[in-house]
Design a protein around this ligand. Structure first.
Ligand code: RIB
Length: 299
């Protein structure tokens, strides 16, 4: 089993429990506000590590974010490649509605201060058999992809949040892409899941595509072979980090040599359990919890 380097964002999440999402021109009081560790990068490292994988996080925080490192380390993530000399740690303002839906504003902060030297230093410890995981909340993604590809690493991208720069990027070095339907449509112009996966595979031959379909589950496509997975039924408390739990679990199990079917099943269960709790990283279940969970699958 190879090592996994997740080069990604670390955020301080300010989570506001709202009676409803704020409307233009409206001022309303939150029911409560809580601080949580977050960032798609941090959340996915926690999820990877909770499966028992050997996980290294690369990224940058400011002095206000040292507690995020404690969270990662306590989850078993190696933080040797996280620099703590950034200007100010990234932040996210998250509104959570009574039905558990969210809307998120992020401020990149130190997540966009990563240097090529820091990337070279981290990647120097990885090679063939290892995996690099990326999201779209840090700078220098093209350099990371190119450098990891040269080293023979497998590369996975969760292109969230999607933006114009990412849509123009050459993604031919990727082995896996994990994205939702909206992101899939932004990349391909297609709306139907089958067409999105086919268009991505046509543009990037050999790319394995994992498409998450909200209430309809997920769909994995590899060389024209399609595997479908349903969702598991839970009472939604906070959907934040459901996608991050899914991504971390799926890739860690693939990296451990499990089949795509098995990886999808555990990923779907981990996402469901994350939805049933408040917070991002704080809501990600352990492998033991995922294995013990008896949940009804909906397709
Ligand atoms: O995917 C959820 C994450 O998105 C939050 O933790 C927030 O920090 C944003 O990056």
């Amino acid at each position: 089993m190879g090592k996994i380097l997740n080069f990604g964002s670390l955020n301080i999440d300010m989570v506001y429990s709202m009676p409803h999402f704020v409307q233009p021109g409206e001022t309303i009081a939150a029911n409560k506000m809580e601080l949580f560790p977050g960032g798609k990068g941090l959340n996915q490292s926690v999820a990877l590590s909770k499966t028992g994988a050997e996980v290294y996080h690369g990224g940058k925080i400011g002095s206000d974010g040292m507690w995020l490192l404690d969270i990662l380390k306590n989850s078993g993530v190696n933080c040797d490649f996280v620099s703590a000399d950034g200007s100010a740690t990234g932040t996210a303002v998250i509104q959570v509605s009574p039905s558990g839906e969210n809307c998120i504003i992020i401020n990149h902060g130190s997540n966009y201060e990563i240097t090529k030297e820091e990337i070279d230093r981290a990647l120097g410890n990885f090679g063939e058999g290892d995996m690099l995981l990326l999201q779209n909340e840090i700078n220098l993604l093209p350099y990371l992809i190119e450098s990891a590809h040269k080293r023979g690493m497998r590369i996975a991208l969760n292109p969230s949040p999607v933006d114009d720069e990412l849509l123009k990027m050459d993604l031919s070095g990727l082995d896996y892409i994990i994205l939702n339907e909206i992101e899939g449509e932004a990349f391909t112009g297609e709306k139907e899941p089958e067409k999105i996966s086919a268009a991505l595979a046509a543009k990037y031959p050999g790319l394995k595509v994992v498409l998450t379909l909200g209430g309809k589950g997920s769909m994995y496509t590899e060389n024209g072979k399609v595997i479908r997975q349903g969702i598991y039924k839970v009472k939604a408390v906070d959907t934040t980090a459901a996608g991050d739990s899914f991504t971390g679990y799926f890739l860690a199990l693939i990296s451990a040599g499990k089949s795509a079917e098995e990886a999808l099943r555990s990923a779907a269960k981990a996402a469901a359990l994350a939805v049933s709790k408040m917070g991002a990283a704080a809501s990600i279940p352990t492998m033991a919890e995922v294995e013990a969970a008896e949940l009804e699958e909906l397709r």
